[in-house]
Design a protein around this ligand. Structure first.
Ligand code: TMP
Length: 254
């Protein structure tokens, strides 16, 4: 079989040309980076878990009317997605102060925010994804005002849904990062949710203990990183059937 053409390799995922035009295979690696590549490591089984977790969350969001790039999971580490033109803006939604907002504004981690706060960053590794204002997004043409309105409305709906869903399994959705893309269908363009939603891109704290169950365990050397990702998958009811042993299962073939 012809080897698939690799389109892009990012820090945690690889994209390959999909089987049909307009599709892409998204492969989840175990590689982890933090602080824009300054810290590197591996979280065993992370790719398998994030593939499942992101599949699960994108499916639930799709069912409630949020358009996403997700088509279907192919195997342990790969999912088929629609090809979209990624909007070069990372959207961060915060419910509780943590991470960069705590540092930037001197708010103690864990302080509930007066309301959900949406921030935008310019998606550019060389510049360390700098925080930007709406003004920059529209002035530089990264998204039109209409696209940005749509992105904001979708982000808030996603936050409401995911906050409730995670609360139901004893996890607080402290903050998370979303990416959106443009999808063309018969001359029509739609904004859809893209990339992934996983413990790599969310902060999730146990509701009763405030224990961190996300990539901060890796960023801050807190230990038990794999276990935290597994616990999130377990609470979502999607740990591979035979448990963590499955995580080292067969590699992707196509
Ligand atoms: P921050 O507090 O470092 O700005 O991160 C806010 C949220 O966004 C946190 O849940 C982690 C996520 N995030 C990413 O997914 N990718 C990134 O590059 C950064 C900086 C944050």
């Amino acid at each position: 079989m012809a080897r698939r053409r690799q389109i892009y390799e990012g820090k945690a995922k690889v994209l390959f040309e999909g089987p049909e035009p307009g599709t892409i295979v998204q492969y989840f690696k175990d590689d982890a980076t933090a602080f824009n590549n300054k810290k590197k490591g591996t979280i065993t089984g992370k790719g398998v878990l994030n593939n499942r977790i992101s599949e699960f969350l994108m499916m639930r969001l799709g069912e409630m009317g949020v358009p996403t790039h997700f088509l279907r999971r192919l195997n342990m580490r790969e999912q088929l997605i629609r090809q979209v033109e990624i909007v070069p803006v990372e959207v961060i939604i915060r419910n509780v102060a943590a991470g960069s907002i705590s540092k930037r504004l001197g708010i103690e981690e864990g302080t509930p925010l007066p309301r959900s706060i949406v921030e935008y960053c310019y998606k550019n590794d060389e510049l360390d994804d700098p925080l930007i204002a709406e003004e920059h997004v529209t002035a530089f043409g990264w998204a039109t005002p209409q696209e940005l309105d749509e992105i904001l409305a979708l982000s808030l709906r996603i936050n409401d849904y995911l906050s409730g869903m995670f609360y139901g399994i004893g996890l607080k959705l402290v903050d998370f990062k979303l990416e959106f893309g443009r999808l063309w269908e018969n001359e029509q363009m739609r904004i859809v949710l893209a990339d992934e939603i996983s413990p790599d891109s969310c902060r999730l704290w146990d509701v009763s203990t405030n224990e961190k169950m996300d990539k901060d365990r890796f960023r801050r050397d807190l230990g038990s990183v794999e276990e935290a990702y597994q616990e999130v998958a377990r609470r979502l009811g999607i740990l591979p059937e035979s448990g963590p042993a499955d995580l080292k299962g067969p590699e992707a073939v196509q």
